[in-house]
Design a binder for this molecule. Structure first.
Ligand code: A3P
Length: 405
């Protein structure tokens, strides 16, 4: 039997109980503080806690003439992050320093296609993800913590439909200094009346990051050049172009997948098939008249502000094409061969690590789908039809895309 408690003392059972409650409370407090600290560290803020202010690295022009964060540089300055921007990052004791590992080693290793990573063979969609990459790009944590600010886009992928725009955007998003809207905002064609509240659609960006959007119909929208120029004459414009005949078939394939009852490609492509009279009013044909659309853009933008990405080369050599794009945008060349592998099943290049998920990622099923077979004579007639427009386009851009070979 237990001895009786001395007079005046608390009952023995109460003491361990309150102590255990207190201990549990302390434990909870400790784990809460630890979690907070870990979260803080994940956000890489630890570095700013006691970090010394570092001296300026060098002179140079301020990043982006517009002051909206487009790094200076261009085709002539491929790998240079503007010195001033670099210095600024260090000098400011950044509230939000670079959150992501930067360039993979640029030691030239792995130049060609790599073999499919194990576990992916047989899965046409790679990771199985859809055509839009996870919406957790560079600024996810910044967003959570309400960091960064929304900017109007400094670069826009303006076209063309079925050229390979999704591939370009998803590949570009791997870059830590690119933030892009996932969906197509259609601001300059459909929602212009809403005013620049449209900026709210943009992701937050940090200093030095580029805000991008893609809306393919801009390239063929009459009002778009003037409207974009009114927003900023410095906007950089990217157009993914592809052999207009293949593009037209791809366009038709997309419509057919949604409305299987539409007439055949052959009947839609001609106003008079016997006479070989192509129906250039049909949008699938019209979009491919690149030279005509480009003329309108050149009335509002100097040629140096437009970059034409080859849709064919984007498939054959995505890293090479992305190299040109990074130079054009004044970005450090970070996206390289090391980021891609060729998925045999899909028949297209895929990302080894998608932005946000870190897992291999191919574009979704609606990208790279088989086309219906089209009468060879029809295709030949269309090639003849497009030839003069293509030639003019090559002259205007100074680049032979090889569609008439
Ligand atoms: P197809 O589906 O006709 O083959 P957009 O994104 O502008 O709609 O373009 C779609 C086209 O992008 C596809 O047309 C496909 O050929 C091309 N493409 C380019 N790179 C690709 C990739 N890595 N994966 C899938 N499709 C790609």
């Amino acid at each position: 039997m237990a001895p009786p408690a001395p007079a005046g003392a608390h009952p023995t059972s109460a003491e361990p109980l309150s102590r255990s409650i207190f201990r549990k409370f302390l434990l909870m407090l400790c784990s809460l503080l630890t979690s907070l600290y870990v979260f803080y560290c994940l956000a890489e803020r630890c570095q700013t806690l006691s970090g010394p202010v570092v001296g300026r690295l060098g002179g140079g022009k301020e990043a982006g003439a517009s002051g909206r964060g487009v790094p200076a540089g261009g085709p002539g300055e491929p790998a240079a992050w503007p010195a001033a921007a670099r210095g600024k990052r260090l000098l400011q004791v950044q509230p939000w320093p670079r959150r992501r590992p930067l360039a993979p080693r640029e030691d030239g290793e792995v130049a060609a296609w790599e073999e499919e990573p194990p576990g992916l063979a047989g899965s046409p969609g790679g990771s199985g993800a859809g055509s839009s990459v996870a919406e957790t790009p560079p600024g996810t944590l910044a967003l959570l913590l309400d960091e960064g600010s929304k900017q109007l886009p400094q670069a826009i992928i303006i076209g063309v439909k079925k050229g390979g725009r999704r591939a370009l955007l998803e590949f570009l998003r791997v870059h830590p200094d690119v933030r892009a809207v996932g969906a197509e905002p259609h601001f300059f064609d459909r929602s212009y009346d809403k005013g620049l509240a449209w900026r709210d659609l943009m992701p937050r960006t940090l200093e030095g990051q580029i805000t991008m959007e893609k809306t393919p119909s801009y390239f063929v929208t009459r009002e778009a050049p003037a409207r974009i120029s009114a927003m900023s004459k410095d906007t950089k414009l990217l157009v993914v172009v592809r052999d207009p005949v293949t593009r037209a078939v791809s366009d038709y394939t997309q419509t057919l997948s949604k409305r299987p009852d539409i007439p055949s490609f052959e009947s839609l492509a001609f106003r008079n098939r016997t006479a070989g009279l192509v129906d250039r009013a049909w949008s699938a044909i019209q979009i491919g008249l690149y030279a005509e659309h480009l003329e309108r853009w050149l009335r509002h933008f100097p040629a140096r502000q437009l970059l034409f990405v080859s849709g064919e080369r984007l498939v054959r050599d995505p890293a090479g094409e992305l190299g040109r794009v990074q130079d054009f945008l004044g970005l450090k060349r970070i996206i390289s061969d090391k980021h891609f592998y060729f998925n045999q099943t899909k028949g297209f290049p895929c990302l080894k690590k998608a932005e946000g998920s870190g897992r291999p990622h191919c574009l979704g099923k609606t990208k790279g789908r088989p086309h219906p077979e089209i009468d060879g004579q029809v295709l030949r007639r269309l090639r003849d039809f497009y030839r003069p427009f293509n030639r003019k386009f090559y002259q205007m851009t100074g680049h032979d895309f090889g569609w008439d070979g």
